[in-house]
Design a protein around this ligand. Structure first.
Ligand code: NAP
Length: 241
């Protein structure tokens, strides 16, 4: 079974659908969910696998433990964990409310820790398991107006590398994916001026698709990536060049 956080929309939804196509039963969570979660469920079921989903605020450790426990009861042991739940609360640092700093760190960084912390011990007992954590190129290079988001994503990279070292000898792999500008609700919400300037900075002259990120996650989860751990893999149309 594979768990995907933030599976109701965007990259998480595409990952849930792709891992279902790869044959995994899927458990996914979200904050509010609604019709979007029902749409992901439909996409997953098209691949003939089992699905469990529920709201679970990733920033709440007790809720995360309860979600994993229920998902395991429904679908059996967890083999793969993909942490995709994330939010932005943009502002220049001098204007950033402390609550917005905390909300982004609590959701993106602590949320990822909560899920890793909850599955890691069972992965060690199983002597197998794969974790893919969603970072961002903002965590590699920093983005102005995103000190909170960039810090959360850089934190995810450090945490993933440290955990990869802790658990490698148990047959567990941990990697991070750092997407550039991907077409989802998160980037749709940006002002047109910022979208246009982002496009200019991309050598491939287009935004990425959520399905393209999902293909990378699928590869990292698969045995084709059996000797890859502790990496941060960028998928950004060449922004870094
Ligand atoms: P999105 O379309 O806004 O979807 C975010 C997902 O996260 C939704 O399913 C949302 O659930 C869920 N979520 C938010 N807060 C949550 C919480 N506290 N507990 C549980 N679930 C929560 O975002 P996206 O663009 O797919 O981004 C997915 C991940 O990729 C994020 O970590 C993001 O930082 C990262 N990323 C995105 C881009 C990009 O260009 N889009 C680039 C780099 C990295 P609800 O719908 O219920 O709120």
């Amino acid at each position: 079974m594979a768990i995907v956080t933030g599976g109701s929309r965007g990259i998480g939804r595409a990952v849930a659908a792709q891992l279902a196509a790869d044959g995994y039963n899927i458990a996914f969570c979200y904050h509010s969910g609604g019709d979007a979660a029902a749409e992901t469920e439909k996409l997953v079921r098209e691949h003939g696998v089992e699905v469990y989903h529920a709201p679970c605020d990733v920033s709440d450790f007790d809720a995360v433990q309860e979600f994993v426990s229920k998902a395991t009861k429904e679908l059996g042991p967890v083999y793969a964990l993909v942490n995709s739940a994330g939010i932005v609360r943009d502002n220049p640092m001098v204007l950033m409310p402390v609550e917005d700093w905390r909300a982004v760190i609590d959701t993106n960084l602590s949320g990822t820790f909560h899920f890793c912390r909850t599955v890691a011990f069972n992965f060690m007992k199983q002597k197998e398991g794969v974790i893919v954590n969603m970072s961002s190129i903002a965590g590699v290079y920093g983005n102005p107006t995103q000190t909170n988001y960039s810090a959360s994503k850089a934190g995810i990279q450090g945490m993933s590398a440290a955990l990869a070292k802790e658990v490698a000898s148990y047959g567990i792999r941990v990697n991070a994916v750092a997407p550039g500008f991907i077409e989802t609700d998160m980037t749709e919400a940006l002002p047109e001026k910022i979208r246009a300037s982002a496009l200019k900075s991309i050598p491939m002259k287009r935004y990425g698709g959520a399905a393209e990120v999902a293909d990378l996650v699928s590869f990292l989860v698969s045995d084709k990536a059996a000797y890859i751990t502790g990496e941060v893999i960028q998928i950004d149309g060449g922004v870094a060049l």
